[in-house]
Design a protein around this ligand. Structure first.
Ligand code: FAD
Length: 322
């Protein structure tokens, strides 16, 4: 039994689903111990209700206008204050841009052990085992963190979310003295992709490769994505060719995704691309080359021209889904 702190990951003023997955993981680790969630932001305390409903026993809120955007020094101080208040054995972060920046800083501060990009958690007695992929997803390691404090980042879309529980508790305000000696000032945040579905949290991804042939060639994929409520991703081949933004790149040097459904269109299936998507639950590949390596990992393969197959699929799905 141990106490666990979950640092909530927000996208603007909404909770990212990975936070609820982390709360599930926290329940597994705690084994009856206390699960506390930390909310950092401005005017975000209403989100505490969702955290309580998905397993938090206690919610701490650090509210400050300057926390509206991620500021590493302020966030680090807020998490530090929460760790000192709760004295947890384990702190869970999302394996997001924010979590990947914040978690090592906290680990260094407390000289704690860290496991990143965790996709599975198993706990028995005092032992907690974290599973994470290595060698671009070709193998998995089982890790245990010894020492007084464990820092863990959770990959989105891998742990379940606890059943919704009716909860009527009140969040607690945590006062943090930020001081005025900040070495970093955030002047502006420029979002590369606005709106749409977040790739790392998407349940369905329609992805395009060099086979789409142009920026306009992505349009049929976007249409299919609209019908499915999916996000649109890309291979590095498509990004390098200038057909789309690098923010859409999936793979070893791009984003790692674990959707329920991944539809790869005109993507050959290079090892570096597979590193980012081969753990998708169902993979559909559309490629005109029957020998394309993507078919080796695909659950369903369609050999054909994507400019014929994708619109036909969109039409059928639109009729089916209404
Ligand atoms: P191609 O390999 O050119 O494949 C295009 C495919 O489209 C072909 O299979 C072709 O048959 C098919 N096609 C063509 N026209 C049609 C059509 N009309 N209908 C249907 N199919 C069609 N790649 C990534 O994706 N992500 C990464 O993160 C990444 N990181 C890398 C890191 C390093 C260090 C290196 C060296 C490489 C990395 N790469 C990465 C690049 C990777 O090796 C491949 O070059 C890249 O994935 C190829 O992209 P592609 O499949 O879109 O293009």
């Amino acid at each position: 039994m141990q106490d666990v702190l979950v640092v909530a990951d927000l996208r603007g003023a909404t909770l990212r689903n990975v936070t609820l997955e982390a709360l599930y993981g926290a329940g597994v680790i705690a084994q009856g111990g206390r699960v506390t969630a930390l909310l950092c932001g401005h005017n975000v305390s209403s989100l505490a209700e969702t955290l309580f409903a998905h397993g938090a026993h206690e919610v701490l809120v650090v509210d400050d206008e300057r926390l509206q955007v991620y500021q590493p020094e302020l966030y680090r101080k807020a998490v530090q204050a929460a760790v000192d208040e709760v004295n947890p054995r384990t702190v869970l972060f999302a394996h997001s841009a924010v979590g990947r920046d914040l978690a090592p800083a906290i680990a260094a501060l407390y000289r704690a052990g860290q496991v990143s990009d965790v996709i599975g958690i198993a706990a028995k007695d005092d032992q907690v085992i974290y599973t994470r992929p290595v060698y671009a997803g070709k193998a998995f390691t089982k890790n245990e963190i010894t020492g007084d404090l464990a820092i863990v980042t959770i990959r989105p879309n891998n742990l379940p979310v606890s059943e919704f529980m009716q909860a009527s508790k009140t969040a607690k305000k945590l006062d943090v003295s930020f001081g005025g000696d900040l070495r970093t000032t955030i002047k502006d945040v420029m979002k590369k992709v606005s709106g749409g579905v977040d790739l790392t949290e998407a349940k369905i991804i329609v992805s395009g490769g060099r086979g789409v042939k142009s920026a306009e060639g992505f349009e049929p994929l976007r249409e299919l994505a609209r019908v499915l409520g999916a996000a649109v991703g890309a291979s590095r081949g498509a990004c390098d060719a200038g057909y789309c933004d690098y923010a859409m790149q999936i793979g070893q040097t791009g984003k790692v995704v674990t959707p329920d459904l991944y539809i790869a269109c005109g993507i050959s299936g290079a090892i570096q691309h597979l590193a980012g998507m081969s753990n998708a639950k169902v993979i559909v590949a559309i490629n005109k080359d029957p020998e394309a390596p993507i078919f080796k990992v695909a659950d369903y393969g369609i050999v054909g021209d994507l400019f014929e197959v994708v619109p036909a699929l969109t039409q059928e799905l639109r009729a089916f889904l209404g």
